[in-house]
Design a protein around this ligand. Structure first.
Ligand code: SAH
Length: 503
């Protein structure tokens, strides 16, 4: 027997999905979702899942509610587990109740997974607790957009106005003048603090505080539109004192990450935590080689090498994959010195149980050579597992210094076949503030996907951030120079530099 899950996806911050919701998303056969639900959740779905978008934007229904209900029932009758994802909480102005009733009538099992509703989360992210002992004893969730086909209003403005409740209006921006007027007319103090929070909990969150008599004009002036939550009550006076989210150093800044998807997660999540709107645009994809015969041979003759130098996390990953396939593990490296060219690579080695014998102080090939020479690498036999095509500085310099170097390609990087259209659109809408490059190949491949001429059109709005001088040099081949570049050539230093650029 199939089950339909009515799932609350939360207000937008991808971290505000419940653990239970994630579990269901990972196993459902069909995923039916709405406009406001964060599309990032789709990535949790299992392979082969059927994904159906039934969202609505304002009054413009993609699929009418009765058709949505029919669709859910149809999928359930096919014996499939259906995850019906809705923004916020499914039972708070989400028509989840109606969907559940239909399911009962159709004799289909269902469960509800509540979500974090925007009416609580958006204020919280804007520094407004919806209840607070100094201000109010109750909170009231109100729709600012009643069913237009209803003959008699369900609103009792007198009760709203006379109560001391915090009033939280959903879908109310269009009707804000009417809402404010009705409350004042029925006796609420025109000086009552009111706050609007737009796109609450997301990287593009905006909010302001005003008073009941001025809020409509102010919202209009600031261009506040849906989706916004309107909060009326004394608690709004805490907005400035308790506001925290909008203080994030990169809030609202659009940042393009061009690293390969396999490598980007750390950078993407750090930028996200700092409030940036991250646009993942992997220009490179990391691919296994067609043939691993050479790697297998090298692994089996490891004892003949003195040094093993890893230049990337992927080098570690694919080298170990081969070890694993042959049935070997870290013990085979017992007699060999191991070096990592950077801190992330060193961490990847530690994860495999190897404490690197050498990690350079500065993270470029040149300083690796210097450090290794001090370690006495001259005259030694060195193996470098790495990408098929990479910079030759390290092997060349080591050879010059008298080492016997062998390069072992263990993976290759290819131009990612990413669709550049969403990035093009974001450039045009001036949503992008930073373009980040973390290696020369990200530069080459980015300009392969978006021509330098096209990028030039947007350059005035966009700053380029490069991880180091080598990448910056490659960038100059395309006629650009970096606006942001850290002193240390690491991802954390690059992020720090972006933050500093916003101070
Ligand atoms: N079920 C949802 C509400 C759906 S009604 C929930 O529980 O949150 C849609 C309205 O919710 C929007 O018009 C807006 O008023 C509000 N809303 C949803 N997400 C929001 C967000 N991130 N920021 C501000 N308001 C939001």
């Amino acid at each position: 027997m199939s089950t339909v899950y009515l799932i609350g996806a939360g207000p937008g911050d991808p971290g505000l999905l419940t653990v239970k919701a994630k579990e269901i998303l990972e196993t459902a056969d069909v995923l039916i979702y709405d406009y406001l639900a964060n599309s990032e959740f789709l990535s949790y779905a299992k392979e082969g899942v059927e994904i159906l978008y039934v969202g609505k934007k304002g009054g413009d229904h993609t699929l009418p509610q009765d058709k949505i209900n029919e669709l859910i029932i149809e999928k359930a009758r096919e014996g499939k587990t259906v995850a019906r994802l809705k923004g916020g909480d499914p039972y708070v102005f989400g028509r989840g109740g109606e969907e559940a009733e239909e399911l009962v009538e159709a004799g289909i099992d269902f469960e509800v997974i509540p979500g974090i509703t925007a009416g609580v989360a958006a204020p919280a992210y804007a520094g407004i607790p919806v209840t607070h002992r100094d201000f109010t004893t109750s909170v009231c969730f109100i729709t600012g957009h009643e069913d237009p086909t209803k003959e008699k209003t369900g609103h009792n403005w007198e009760v709203y106005a006379k109560s001391t409740s915090t009033l939280v209006f959903y879908m109310g921006v269009k009707n804000l003048p009417m809402i404010a007027e009705n409350l004042i007319k029925n006796g609420r103090d025109p000086e009552t603090p009111v706050s609007l929070v737009r796109w609450g909990t997301r990287c593009n969150q905006q909010s302001f505080v005003s008073t009941l008599d001025k809020v409509a004009a102010e919202a209009e002036k600031l261009g506040f539109k849906a989706p916004s939550i309107i909060i009326v009550g004394g608690v709004c006076s805490l907005h400035d004192k308790l506001g925290w989210f909008e203080k994030k150093p990169l809030l609202g800044k659009g940042v393009i990450v061009t690293r390969a998807r396999e490598q980007a997660s750390g950078l993407v999540s750090t930028l996200g935590k700092l409030g940036a709107c991250v646009y993942e645009f992997p220009t490179i994809s990391i691919e296994p080689l067609d043939d691993y015969e050479a790697v297998e041979k090298a692994v089996l003759s490891l004892v003949s090498y003195d040094w093993l130098i890893f230049t990337s996390v992927n080098g570690v990953k694919y080298f170990w994959k081969q070890l694993d396939e042959i049935g070997l593990d870290a013990r085979i490296l017992g007699g060999i010195e191991v070096a990592a060219i950077g801190p992330a690579t060193a961490d990847a080695l530690r994860d495999k149980g190897i404490k690197p014998d050498f990690v350079p102080e500065k993270y470029v090939a040149e300083s690796v050579v210097e450090g290794l020479l001090e370690k006495g690498i001259a005259g030694k036999k060195v193996l470098i597992p790495r990408a098929k095509v990479a910079r030759e500085v390290l092997p060349q310099e080591l050879e010059k210094a008298g080492a016997e170097v062998e390069i072992l390609p263990v993976y290759e990087t290819r131009l990612s076949n990413n669709d550049p259209e969403p990035i093009r659109a974001a450039f045009k809408e001036t949503k992008i503030h930073y373009l980040t490059f973390t290696s020369s190949s990200t530069v080459h491949n980015f300009f392969e996907l978006i021509s330098p001429k096209e990028f030039e059109l947007h350059k005035d709005n966009v700053k380029i951030a490069c991880i180091g001088p080598v990448t910056a040099k490659t960038l100059s081949e395309y006629g650009f120079s970096p606006d942001v570049q850290p002193e240390e050539y690491t991802i954390p230093a690059l992020v720090d530099e972006l933050v500093a650029d916003n101070k």
